[in-house]
Design a protein around this ligand. Structure first.
Ligand SMILES: Nc1nc2c(ncn2[C@@H]2O[C@H](COP(=O)(O)OP(=O)(O)OP(=O)(O)O)[C@@H](O)[C@H]2O)c(=O)[nH]1
Ligand SMILES: [Mg+2]
Length: 360
């Protein structure tokens, strides 16, 4: 896509070079990690040693849409791969306003108090359009953002097709190599991204509000079927009895659904993210899930399948990008599209022509 646009999202330090020195009248003394491009080895060592600045730069490299950053980013990942995989990966979804960010703030803070290190990532395919709702979230997650045991990373901007997903996955691996024990991935509820996040985490959580019936009218049933736990949030004040009633309704409903994870019936609980109530109960559920699925082998089996599927989805993404960026395809597409719309040509014939052009 737009390479120039992407580069202004880069860490300015990555771009720091000859041109910036023109603005610096006197010689400035820099630490080695500042300024010029670091080697892959330096970055890998920095990430593994828990250097937050270098972790941020490593992620910036992974997120960059520039061709030469891509190669370097992949070398870095290759180096960090043996140190990845040791965290528990948790996806969190729910309708806007359900309290996902507030929950992450409470849950993340609780985990830090328990001695864990927590990384928070977000998948928001719309962030490149809206400029990123997570900026607002970082202030909403004020306490967690300032916690030295936590690391919050906004959603990457879209570079090419499938970019957000690749970047989030790879960022997750880097965070694991940096020693984070729990990875929380918030998804902004736009249908598709829920499935994508489900496919990159061990445990998937749906945050809901009171009134199960209303939600079921909408798309939530499909999402419910992906969840390992449903958390009825805002169980506080006057809303508490209603939240408990809602919990019972959800319990009845999930009873009739096929659990997403073999041997793990979907759990339903209540919490108040705002008042930090019931947060420990959610962690207990995650722990039980981890123990049980590791014993049964479901945990490892899922990760293997996820990695394999990731490879295939990346192949599809790359093929798609390569197809639509092909100059002959680009040239023919508007004309053929028009012929198909006006009924002058069949879809099959148009597609055949495009593939002929693509394959030369
Ligand atoms: N009473 C009460 N209010 C809550 C609770 N959790 C969140 N809220 C409020 O609900 C509103 C939405 O919370 P967010 O955490 O921003 O919700 P979200 O799901 O992240 O929303 P989006 O990011 O827009 O999808 C805020 O005003 C919160 O203060 C809770 O447990 N109890
Ligand atoms: Mg939010």
């Amino acid at each position: 896509m737009d390479e120039n646009k992407s580069s202004d999202r880069l860490d300015p330090q990555l771009l720091d070079g000859a041109q910036s020195s023109a603005f610096v009248p006197k010689k400035r003394f820099k630490k080695k990690s500042e300024g010029q491009d670091l080697s892959v080895d330096d970055l890998a060592k920095g990430v593994k040693s828990g250097d937050r600045g270098l972790l941020a730069r490593a992620i910036t490299l992974i997120e960059s849409n520039a061709e030469h950053h891509f190669q370097k980013g992949q070398e870095l990942l290759q180096k960090l791969l043996p140190d990845s995989g040791k965290s528990i990966r948790i996806g969190i979804t729910g309708v806007p306003g359900a309290g996902k960010s507030t929950f992450i703030e409470a849950f993340g803070t609780y985990l830090c108090e328990q001695g864990y290190r927590v990384a928070v990532l977000a998948v928001d395919p719309s962030s490149s359009i809206s400029g990123g709702s997570i900026l607002g979230d970082k202030t909403r997650m004020g306490e967690l953002a300032n916690n030295p045991r936590a690391f919050i990373r906004p959603s990457p901007s879209e570079g090419k097709l499938g970019g957000v997903h690749r970047k989030t996955r790879e960022t997750m691996l880097i965070c694991e190599a940096a020693g984070f024990d729990v990875i929380l991935i918030e998804t902004v509820g736009v249908g598709q991204s829920e499935v994508v996040v489900r496919n990159m985490v061990d445990f998937f959580m749906l945050v809901v509000l009171t009134g199960a019936g209303d939600e079921l009218q909408g798309m939530k049933k499909g999402i419910m079927e992906l969840a390992d736990a449903i958390v009825v949030n805002k169980a506080d004040g006057e809303n508490k009895p209603l939240a408990e009633k809602t919990r019972e309704e959800y319990r009845r409903i999930v009873h009739f659904l096929q659990p997403y994870t073999k041997g793990w019936p979907t759990q339903v609980t209540t919490c108040s993210a705002l008042y930090y109530e019931g947060i420990d109960g959610v962690w207990k559920i995650v722990n039980e899930f981890e123990t049980k699925t590791k014993e049964s082998g479901v945990f490892e089996a899922r990760r293997r399948v996820q990695t394999k599927e990731w490879m295939y989805s990346m192949i599809v993404d790359q093929l798609q990008a390569s197809f639509f960026h092909h100059p002959d395809v680009k040239f023919l597409l508007p004309k053929l599209e028009n012929e198909v719309i006006t009924g002058d040509r069949t879809v099959t014939s148009a597609v055949e022509s495009l593939f002929k052009a693509y394959l030369g």
